[in-house]
Design a binder for this molecule. Structure first.
Ligand code: HEM
Length: 141
Protein backbone atom coordinates (compact mmCIF):
# COMPACT_ATOMS: atom_id res chain seq x y z
CA UNK A 1 0.00 0.00 0.00
CA UNK A 2 1.25 3.46 -0.85
CA UNK A 3 1.55 6.03 1.89
CA UNK A 4 1.95 9.70 0.97
CA UNK A 5 5.63 9.57 1.85
CA UNK A 6 6.33 6.84 -0.67
CA UNK A 7 4.90 8.78 -3.61
CA UNK A 8 7.94 11.04 -3.87
CA UNK A 9 10.37 8.11 -4.07
CA UNK A 10 11.68 6.79 -7.38
CA UNK A 11 8.91 6.46 -9.96
CA UNK A 12 6.16 5.73 -7.41
CA UNK A 13 4.18 8.85 -8.39
CA UNK A 14 4.57 8.14 -12.10
CA UNK A 15 3.21 4.64 -11.52
CA UNK A 16 0.40 5.91 -9.28
CA UNK A 17 -0.67 8.20 -12.14
CA UNK A 18 -0.94 5.25 -14.51
CA UNK A 19 2.43 5.79 -16.18
CA UNK A 20 2.74 7.56 -19.51
CA UNK A 21 -0.72 6.50 -20.73
CA UNK A 22 -2.41 7.64 -17.52
CA UNK A 23 -0.66 11.01 -17.61
CA UNK A 24 -1.58 11.65 -21.25
CA UNK A 25 -5.24 10.79 -20.45
CA UNK A 26 -5.13 13.23 -17.52
CA UNK A 27 -3.63 16.03 -19.61
CA UNK A 28 -6.11 15.52 -22.45
CA UNK A 29 -8.96 15.70 -19.93
CA UNK A 30 -7.37 18.88 -18.48
CA UNK A 31 -7.20 20.66 -21.85
CA UNK A 32 -10.63 19.40 -22.97
CA UNK A 33 -12.07 20.82 -19.76
CA UNK A 34 -10.16 24.10 -20.06
CA UNK A 35 -11.46 24.60 -23.60
CA UNK A 36 -15.08 23.80 -22.85
CA UNK A 37 -15.74 25.53 -19.53
CA UNK A 38 -16.11 29.32 -19.34
CA UNK A 39 -14.55 29.35 -15.86
CA UNK A 40 -11.21 28.56 -17.51
CA UNK A 41 -11.52 30.87 -20.53
CA UNK A 42 -8.78 33.24 -19.36
CA UNK A 43 -6.08 30.59 -19.14
CA UNK A 44 -7.35 28.80 -22.27
CA UNK A 45 -6.97 32.01 -24.27
CA UNK A 46 -3.42 32.52 -22.98
CA UNK A 47 -2.29 29.31 -24.69
CA UNK A 48 -1.07 29.27 -28.29
CA UNK A 49 -3.66 28.21 -30.90
CA UNK A 50 -2.04 24.81 -31.39
CA UNK A 51 -3.21 23.10 -28.23
CA UNK A 52 -1.84 19.75 -29.46
CA UNK A 53 1.64 21.04 -28.69
CA UNK A 54 0.54 22.34 -25.28
CA UNK A 55 -0.92 18.92 -24.46
CA UNK A 56 2.24 17.14 -25.57
CA UNK A 57 4.49 19.50 -23.59
CA UNK A 58 2.56 19.31 -20.32
CA UNK A 59 2.10 15.53 -20.48
CA UNK A 60 5.78 14.96 -21.23
CA UNK A 61 6.81 17.36 -18.49
CA UNK A 62 4.61 15.63 -15.91
CA UNK A 63 6.05 12.20 -16.77
CA UNK A 64 9.53 13.34 -15.75
CA UNK A 65 8.33 15.51 -12.87
CA UNK A 66 6.54 12.48 -11.36
CA UNK A 67 9.73 10.42 -11.50
CA UNK A 68 9.17 8.70 -14.85
CA UNK A 69 11.09 9.10 -18.13
CA UNK A 70 12.29 12.62 -18.98
CA UNK A 71 10.13 12.88 -22.07
CA UNK A 72 9.97 16.68 -22.13
CA UNK A 73 13.73 17.27 -22.19
CA UNK A 74 14.20 14.45 -24.72
CA UNK A 75 12.06 16.34 -27.21
CA UNK A 76 12.13 20.01 -26.18
CA UNK A 77 15.29 20.44 -24.06
CA UNK A 78 15.75 21.96 -20.62
CA UNK A 79 12.87 23.77 -18.92
CA UNK A 80 12.33 26.03 -15.91
CA UNK A 81 8.62 26.17 -15.08
CA UNK A 82 8.51 29.73 -13.67
CA UNK A 83 10.67 31.03 -16.54
CA UNK A 84 8.47 29.66 -19.35
CA UNK A 85 5.48 31.48 -17.83
CA UNK A 86 7.24 34.78 -17.08
CA UNK A 87 5.69 36.57 -20.10
CA UNK A 88 2.14 35.73 -18.96
CA UNK A 89 -0.27 37.65 -16.72
CA UNK A 90 -0.71 34.98 -14.06
CA UNK A 91 -1.94 36.24 -10.68
CA UNK A 92 -3.91 34.36 -8.03
CA UNK A 93 -7.15 34.03 -10.10
CA UNK A 94 -5.26 32.54 -13.07
CA UNK A 95 -3.24 30.25 -10.79
CA UNK A 96 -6.47 29.06 -9.23
CA UNK A 97 -8.14 28.53 -12.61
CA UNK A 98 -5.26 26.24 -13.52
CA UNK A 99 -5.36 24.36 -10.21
CA UNK A 100 -9.16 24.01 -10.24
CA UNK A 101 -9.17 22.76 -13.81
CA UNK A 102 -6.41 20.28 -12.96
CA UNK A 103 -8.08 19.18 -9.73
CA UNK A 104 -11.37 18.43 -11.51
CA UNK A 105 -9.46 16.40 -14.12
CA UNK A 106 -7.45 14.54 -11.48
CA UNK A 107 -10.69 13.66 -9.71
CA UNK A 108 -11.99 11.93 -12.84
CA UNK A 109 -8.95 9.64 -13.06
CA UNK A 110 -8.83 6.15 -11.56
CA UNK A 111 -6.07 7.19 -9.13
CA UNK A 112 -5.94 6.21 -5.46
CA UNK A 113 -7.75 8.87 -3.40
CA UNK A 114 -4.62 9.59 -1.34
CA UNK A 115 -2.58 10.05 -4.53
CA UNK A 116 -5.10 12.61 -5.83
CA UNK A 117 -4.63 14.65 -2.65
CA UNK A 118 -0.83 14.29 -2.78
CA UNK A 119 -0.65 15.23 -6.47
CA UNK A 120 -2.66 18.43 -6.00
CA UNK A 121 -0.55 19.42 -2.99
CA UNK A 122 2.59 18.90 -5.07
CA UNK A 123 1.21 20.83 -8.06
CA UNK A 124 0.44 23.81 -5.87
CA UNK A 125 4.20 24.35 -5.42
CA UNK A 126 5.12 25.07 -9.08
CA UNK A 127 1.78 26.84 -9.64
CA UNK A 128 2.58 29.24 -6.82
CA UNK A 129 6.15 29.65 -8.10
CA UNK A 130 4.68 30.64 -11.49
CA UNK A 131 2.36 33.19 -9.86
CA UNK A 132 5.27 34.68 -7.88
CA UNK A 133 7.50 34.88 -10.94
CA UNK A 134 4.77 36.56 -12.99
CA UNK A 135 4.01 39.10 -10.27
CA UNK A 136 7.73 39.90 -9.91
CA UNK A 137 7.79 40.51 -13.66
CA UNK A 138 4.87 42.96 -13.42
CA UNK A 139 6.60 45.05 -10.79
CA UNK A 140 9.66 45.47 -13.04
CA UNK A 141 7.56 46.81 -15.93
C1 HEM B 1 -0.16 28.80 -12.37
C2 HEM B 1 -1.02 28.55 -13.34
C3 HEM B 1 -0.60 28.23 -14.75
C4 HEM B 1 -1.06 28.82 -15.88
C5 HEM B 1 -2.14 29.90 -15.96
C6 HEM B 1 -0.34 28.24 -17.00
C7 HEM B 1 -0.52 28.58 -18.33
C8 HEM B 1 0.34 28.22 -19.33
C9 HEM B 1 0.33 28.78 -20.67
C10 HEM B 1 -0.63 29.87 -21.15
C11 HEM B 1 1.31 28.19 -21.38
C12 HEM B 1 1.69 28.44 -22.84
C13 HEM B 1 2.79 29.49 -22.86
C14 HEM B 1 3.20 29.91 -24.26
O1 HEM B 1 3.46 29.02 -25.10
O2 HEM B 1 3.25 31.10 -24.52
C15 HEM B 1 1.94 27.23 -20.49
C16 HEM B 1 2.98 26.40 -20.84
C17 HEM B 1 3.43 25.38 -20.05
N1 HEM B 1 3.07 25.11 -18.77
FE1 HEM B 1 1.83 26.21 -17.65
N2 HEM B 1 0.51 27.29 -16.52
C18 HEM B 1 0.38 27.24 -15.17
C19 HEM B 1 1.05 26.38 -14.33
C20 HEM B 1 1.81 25.33 -14.74
C21 HEM B 1 2.33 24.29 -13.86
C22 HEM B 1 2.07 24.21 -12.36
C23 HEM B 1 3.05 23.44 -14.66
C24 HEM B 1 3.80 22.19 -14.30
C25 HEM B 1 3.58 21.47 -13.22
C26 HEM B 1 2.98 23.96 -16.02
C27 HEM B 1 3.61 23.38 -17.10
C28 HEM B 1 3.71 23.99 -18.34
C29 HEM B 1 4.56 23.50 -19.42
C30 HEM B 1 5.43 22.25 -19.39
C31 HEM B 1 4.39 24.38 -20.49
C32 HEM B 1 5.07 24.31 -21.86
C33 HEM B 1 6.31 25.22 -21.84
C34 HEM B 1 6.99 25.28 -23.19
O3 HEM B 1 7.71 24.36 -23.55
O4 HEM B 1 6.78 26.26 -23.93
N3 HEM B 1 2.23 25.08 -16.02
N4 HEM B 1 1.34 27.28 -19.27
Amino acid sequence: MNSERQYGIGDASFQAAGGQDGIFVLVNNFFDRMGSDERFATIWNMHPDDKAISRDKLARFLCGWLGGPKLYSEKYGAIGIPRVHAHLAIATPERDQWLTCMSESVNEQPFAPEFKVYLMEQLFVPAEAVRRRCSAQESIV
